[in-house]
Design a protein around this ligand. Structure first.
Ligand SMILES: Nc1ncnc2c1ncn2[C@@H]1O[C@H](COP(=O)(O)OP(=O)(O)O)[C@@H](O)[C@H]1O
Ligand SMILES: [Mg+2]
Length: 248
């Protein structure tokens, strides 16, 4: 994914002020920066929640600037949200199958009843189990999603995003509010998705202590601009970055 000179203002405030970046395929790339620096606005632009005032976004060689979010999704960019919202009464497996279906609708839900859902899409069931295995959720396939732990829900949300053939996963703080043991598990899972499925991950993350160990590339934002980028060990030693975090 390539972003060139992106600008987005809210009234007089330039929340994103001329951002360019390259997210290489099959990497875990994270975006960090102080509160209010424009991180969420940037990923809202990339995923089509907002249209940029200026600048371009390219994915897979296509210009996707200004496309509505469902069309960006169709191009293979999936967003997982900070607070996962599975269908709580459906099982883990059913949650994946619902996501796979192009047009869920009423008919699909009734088809999910016991003896019938297996007929829905054989390929889909196979794909769902493959993902559940990668996510270490396969033993929970028949459990109601509403009964999962917070960490398991996040994994399920990732699984649902991947049922759509997404090539780029965009996440806003995937391990916010998750205990450290689970947070490491989630990052290890993301690395596994990169290595085994060739997925690209672009994440906003605050928990640098955990995230940086699993990260290929870091971009740092402050006041709407990219102020540093590179390998984690280089970026965290950059005086500009230290300034942005400590200087307020
Ligand atoms: N929808 C909006 N309307 C007005 N101002 C916004 C909106 N979204 C974000 N902002 C402002 O843009 C700036 C960047 O916000 P945001 O992208 O959420 O930062 P971050 O995610 O880095 O904390 C902040 O000053 C925020 O108050
Ligand atoms: Mg944010």
């Amino acid at each position: 994914m390539r972003v060139r000179d992106l600008v987005k203002s809210f009234g007089g405030l330039k929340a994103v002020n001329g951002v360019s970046l390259d997210v290489q395929e099959r990497t875990v790339t994270i975006l960090i920066g102080p509160n209010g620096s424009g991180k969420t606005t940037l990923i809202n632009l990339i995923t089509g929640v907002y249209k940029p005032d200026r600048g371009r976004i390219f994915f897979n060689g296509k210009d996707i600037t200004g496309l509505p979010s469902h069309l960006i999704f169709k191009q293979g960019i999936a967003r997982t949200f900070q607070i996962p919202q599975p269908f709580r009464k459906l099982t883990v497996l059913e949650n994946l199958l619902v996501t796979y279906s192009r047009n869920p609708g009423e008919g699909f839900f009734s088809a999910l009843r016991r003896d019938r859902w297996l007929k829905v899409e054989e390929g889909a069931v196979e794909k769902a189990f493959k993902l559940l295995k990668l996510l270490n959720l396969d033993h929970l396939w028949d459990q109601e999603a509403g009964k999962l732990s917070g960490g398991q829900m996040k994994l399920l949300e990732i699984g649902r995003a991947l049922m759509t053939d997404a090539k780029l996963l965009v996440m806003d703080e995937p391990v916010a509010g998750v205990n450290p043991v689970l947070a490491h598990e989630i990052f290890k899972t993301l690395v596994r998705l990169r290595d085994q499925l060739g997925i690209t991950l672009f994440l906003v993350e605050h928990r640098l202590d955990i995230a940086l160990q699993y990260t290929d590339e870091v971009y740092v934002m402050a006041s709407g601009s990219i102020i540093s980028k590179g390998k984690p060990e280089v970026v965290i030693a950059d005086p500009q970055v230290i300034d942005a975090y400590l200087g307020g």
